[in-house]
Design a protein around this ligand. Structure first.
Ligand code: HPA
Length: 280
């Protein structure tokens, strides 16, 4: 069923189901995007739960998204890792896409580390680059698709949540420091979320650049909106899987290209995430 709004009952029933499966209380929730699932393999797992076994959880239908929750320890931190996510374009409501974030918070997570594969808009970016998200443009939300639409869940946060510092300054500085220590060059920039699933036209790309976006994707912003509504601290990392193509520059991006770049990006993101977890 396509639930348009989340209710406390829906969140509670998914949370109760997880509590029956493991006793660990995660401090950090991690969401792994397209082609980045490998990071979950290094978790010392206490439980691995396929999404279909969790009430109301959206199942990922996209190749490159494993669709299971891995709970355990990574670098000594209790973590809850989503190996793959659901997207709006798959037919889920914005509320459904963000249910896992509510559940992570109910289980105890105070920090969300969210990753994605993204297209580079900034002309200086190359495939394989890692971008620390400094801020986002909620293009999909401006058009009305907010996961917070509907009755406000007062137990999590206010009706009109502040988004002026969505990506935690300290966590960004920590990620930059870790990346330097492990010799991974990182960019920092603005991520913009479109609904997808079609990639952008050259005119779209010119527009997105003009309004100040450095990387474009089809996820992350709804999850971050919900995490910030609940007061979680957020670190966002984009893996640049391809760069934006303007007229006459050759064929545009493909999902295969995105997944292939993931093989390069996953170890880089893993190194940064592990370093951040070690320092928390
Ligand atoms: N555009 C939108 N989403 C994406 C892209 C892109 O070029 N690459 C990976 N996700």
């Amino acid at each position: 069923m396509k639930e348009e709004f989340l209710t406390n009952e829906i969140i509670q029933s998914a949370t109760d189901a997880l509590r029956r499966r493991f006793s660990l209380s995660p401090r950090v929730g991690i969401i792994l995007g397209s082609g980045l699932s490998a990071v979950a393999e290094v978790v010392q797992a206490e439980a691995v739960i396929p999404y279909p076994e969790i009430p109301h959880f959206p199942h990922s239908t996209v190749e490159g998204h494993m669709g299971r929750l891995v709970v355990g320890h990574l670098e000594g931190q209790p973590v809850m890792v989503m190996q793959g996510r659901a997207h709006y374009y798959e037919g889920y409501s914005m509320a459904q896409v963000t249910l896992p974030v509510r559940v992570m918070q109910m289980m105890g997570a105070e920090i969300l580390i969210v990753t994605n594969a993204a297209g580079g808009l900034n002309p200086a970016f190359h495939p394989g680059d890692v971008m620390i998200i400094r801020d986002h443009i909620n293009l999909i939300g401006m058009a009305g698709l907010s996961p917070l639409r509907g009755p406000n869940l007062d137990r999590f946060g206010p009706r009109f949540p502040d988004m002026s510092a969505a990506y935690d300054r300290e966590l960004r500085a920590l990620a930059r420091w870790v990346a330097m220590e492990v010799n991974i060059p990182v960019r920092e920039g603005v991520y913009i979320c479109l609904a997808g699933p079609s990639f952008e036209t050259p005119a779209d790309i010119r527009f997105l650049r003009m309004i100040g976006a450095d990387a474009v994707g089809m996820s992350t912003v709804p999850e971050v909106t919900v995490a910030r509504h609940g007061g979680m601290r957020v670190l966002g990392l984009s893996g640049i899987s391809n760069v934006a193509i303007l007229e006459g520059e050759g064929p545009g991006p493909s999902h295969e290209e995105v997944l292939a770049a993931g093989r390069v990006l996953a170890p880089r993101l893993e190194a940064i995430i592990r370093g951040v977890l070690r320092q928390l």
